[in-house]
Design a protein around this ligand. Structure first.
Ligand code: C5J
Length: 227
């Protein structure tokens, strides 16, 4: 496949589709739907809905192009043995991690709230990576999976922009991956953090990576399909 150019900030970036992976971060009911972890923290979860269609657009294009697609989920074992007490006990949420909510136990693997939203459900063969932390590289085999597939560039979508997306992009950047964050396919409970989070990635010549949008990414990947 020929190299392709994606329009991005701070500058267009060339990608080799055969060495590019899409990572969709934590598009889970626990973050996007009422009754989950996000709402227990006092957030308006409807704010994340704007990222769903752009994510879907990029996911469809990635599937059509044959990119490696990886979905992540933040959550913990039912016995919470992998949940740091400092995380469980922090703040004054309406319910804590592990408590029983309307979508099952908050942020616990195997519960309905832990599932990826139906609109972005993984297809057979797409790895789903469970992570206990904010970063997708922490205590997971993500780096191994990417290296085994020869990935050099990551398209990153998901929620939330300034927490799990940012942490993952920083981890990836330090491991030598080129990250293209698809801005409109990311979302935050805090619009100002979303905007600044994206700016922080592309600032200083792209200190953590590049920022693009779902239309530009989908249009570029469509050229790979056509080639
Ligand atoms: C948060 C995440 N915000 N997926 N998790 O706690 O960004």
């Amino acid at each position: 496949m020929p190299r392709l150019q994606i329009d991005a900030d701070p500058a267009p970036i060339d990608i080799d589709p055969a060495r590019t992976a899409l990572i969709i971060i934590d598009m889970q009911r626990d973050f996007l739907e009422p009754g989950g972890f996000g709402e227990t923290l006092g957030n308006d979860v409807s704010l994340l809905g704007a990222a769903i269609e752009p994510c879907r657009k990029v996911l469809d294009a990635a599937r059509d192009t044959g990119l490696l697609v990886i979905h992540t989920r933040e959550g913990h074992r039912p016995d919470l043995s992998d949940a740091p007490p400092a995380k469980v006990e922090r703040g004054a949420p309406s319910m804590r991690i592990g408590d029983a909510g309307s979508m099952g136990r908050i942020l616990v693997r195997g519960e309905p709230g832990h599932d990826i939203i139906p609109a972005l459900a993984p297809e057979p063969g797409e790895p789903v990576l469970d992570k206990p932390g904010k970063g997708a590289f922490y205590q997971t085999d993500l780096e191994l999976m990417l290296k085994n597939r020869g990935a050099e560039t990551l398209l990153v979508c998901g929620v939330t922009t300034e927490v799990c997306v940012h942490t993952t992009v920083r981890e990836a950047n330090d491991r030598g991956f080129r990250c293209i964050v698809v801005g409109d396919a990311c979302g935050s409970y805090f619009p100002e953090f979303h905007a600044i989070g994206l700016k922080m990635i592309a600032a200083q010549g792209g200190i953590f990576g590049w920022v693009s949008n779902s239309d530009a990414v989908a249009a570029t990947l469509a050229k790979a399909e056509a080639a």
